[in-house]
Design a protein around this ligand. Structure first.
Ligand code: FES
Ligand code: FES
Length: 175
């Protein structure tokens, strides 16, 4: 699929160069013409309408904008869109299938791991990266993996329980 960022944003001035990039977003190749200064978070939210990636600070503090780039959690407010060229990006919209929630999403539901939900997409993607490299994490390991994600509702206890719930379900499914 191909689309132009200019189709949905103010066209750049003639003297600002654009660069063509192809990013695999949630399993689909997207080819876009972007300004080199465009942040990955803005490409996702404004360019591709993937507004599940939240922006809470724009300064790499809160983690609300966390997405997976080549499977690793990245704060997309501090990564340029052009740096994602040729790479795989996963956002929270890519977690569930059309018929089923991802076990991490189920875990947040079962254990009441969210209140306002603003931090939730970033928390879930950081948790996914953790569970892919460590299917049986301790509570401490979960807290460490999520230490770059702030929850302003301070529901950390239930977030940790949600990740433990998801880890158990994912282990059961893989047996
Ligand atoms: S918006 Fe990116 S870390 Fe807060
Ligand atoms: S649930 Fe509100 S910020 Fe975390």
């Amino acid at each position: 699929m191909s689309s132009l960022f200019e189709e949905i944003a103010t066209p750049p001035a003639d003297n600002i160069p654009v660069r063509r990039i192809t990013v695999n977003v949630n399993g689909t190749d997207r080819t876009l013409d972007v300004e080199p200064r465009l942040l990955l978070a803005d490409l996702l939210r404004q360019g591709l309408d993937l507004t599940g990636t939240h922006k809470g600070c724009d300064t790499t503090n809160c983690g609300a904008c966390t997405v997976l780039v080549a499977g690793r959690p990245v704060k997309s407010c501090t990564m340029l869109a052009v740096q994602a060229d040729g790479r795989e990006v996963q956002t929270v919209e890519g977690l569930a299938t059309p018929s089923e929630l991802h076990p991490i999403q189920e875990g947040f539901k079962q254990e009441h791991g969210l209140q306002c939900g603003f931090c939730t997409p970033g928390m879930m993607l950081s948790a996914k990266a953790l569970l892919e490299r460590n299917p049986n994490p301790t509570e401490d390991e979960i807290r460490w993996a999520l230490s770059g994600n702030l929850c302003r509702c301070t529901g950390y206890q239930n977030i940790v329980k949600a990740v433990l719930w998801a880890a158990e379900k994912m282990r059961a499914e893989s047996n």
